[in-house]
Design a protein around this ligand. Structure first.
Ligand code: ZN
Length: 328
């Protein structure tokens, strides 16, 4: 009658409240169970004994809260007199909700929504949401870390709980490999030592010299690449510093910086997209402040050339080539 995607039940009715906020389906087992007593004859339909109803909370549909009123029948075997019920595996009894709703809570939690917000949205207790998430965390903590050597290893860190945690990724397969308690040199080298140096050909990272020297020490043949996100971030940071220093110089000279600020958009435009009037205006600026010309060239380089080694003012790292455009 109604298909709500749960194979164990047949839905016999659908009710919507007057304000169209909730949907309630009435459902029952699609198949009757057989007598569970060992050695008892099977294959006949047992007699009905009595029944009970569960109201289960299910995932939303069309943005509305969904409930399933499930009829659970009890049966009595005419042969051995055993009493037994319909059995289902699609919901939890405490609290009454479907497994798929529990999974939905976990998915939303992973996206970073607070427990209270989810609880309000689904009209449940926030303890229900936090318990679902806690259960998920406990299950996954038992899973072993992925232990293999990636061809392209990504090293980065995440700031969690007031600590920098080392994050290791397989960049080719776009997969998280491991997360460590800290990002100390020893933690990095311990991880690298467990890898097969004949497989790991390349390691991507940010500008932290600690990661580069760890790779140089443990995997001397691997190519170190500063991934483009960190490279562009660094270029932008450098450009920003130049920008601020020009503003300070102008202020010191007693010149208005308003005119300069208004022109910022001009410097962010590709040369080929500039009108002839804009070209004249930008050329005037370049004559006035030559550093701007270099910034403009860098900006152009960073946004256009797919692979290019550039030299910018960063802490010196030995044997590191900076390739823009590498990494995903
Ligand atoms: Zn029986």
């Amino acid at each position: 009658m109604y298909n709500i995607g749960i194979l164990e039940i047949k839905v016999t009715d659908r009710l919507e409240d007057d304000r169209h906020l909730n949907i309630k389906y009435t459902a029952e087992a699609i198949n009757r169970p057989v007598c569970p007593t060992e050695g008892c004859s099977h294959g006949f339909v047992p007699n009905r004994h009595d029944s009970t109803k569960y109201l289960l909370h299910d995932i939303k549909s069309e943005g509305k809260l969904v409930y399933i009123e499930l009829l659970i029948r009890r049966y009595k075997c005419p042969e051995c007199q055993a009493v037994f019920s319909d059995t289902f595996s699609f919901f939890t009894k405490r609290p009454h909700m479907t497994h798929r709703l529990k999974q939905e809570f976990v998915n939303i939690c992973i996206k970073g929504e607070p427990f209270n917000y989810i609880a309000n949205d689904y009209s449940v207790d926030s303890k229900t949401v936090s318990a679902a998430f806690q259960e998920y965390v406990e299950e996954h903590q038992k899973e072993p870390n992925i232990q293999y050597t990636p061809e392209v290893l990504g090293i980065d860190e995440a700031h969690i709980d007031d600590h920098y945690r080392l994050v290791l990724t397989d960049n080719k397969e776009q997969r998280l490999l491991d997360m460590k308690r800290d990002n100390h040199y020893k933690t990095v080298t311990d991880y690298l030592k467990a890898l097969d140096p004949t497989i790991c050909k390349c390691v991507t990272m940010d500008f932290a010299p600690r990661y580069a020297s760890a790779v140089e020490d443990v995997l001397p043949d691997a190519i170190i690449v500063i991934d483009k996100f960190h490279a562009v971030q660094e270029v932008n940071r450098c450009l920003d510093n130049v920008w601020k220093s020009i503003q300070r110089t102008l202020s010191k000279k007693g010149e208005s910086i308003k005119r300069f600020k208004y022109s910022r958009k001009l410097f962010m435009t590709n040369w080929e997209d500039l009108s002839s009037d804009a070209e004249n205006r930008i050329s005037k600026w370049f004559n006035e402040i030559p550093e701007l010309y270099f910034c403009f060239c860098y900006f152009g380089v960073c946004s256009h050339k797919p692979v290019l080694a550039v030299c910018i003012q960063v802490p010196p790292i030995k044997h590191v080539s900076l390739f823009l455009g590498c990494g995903k």
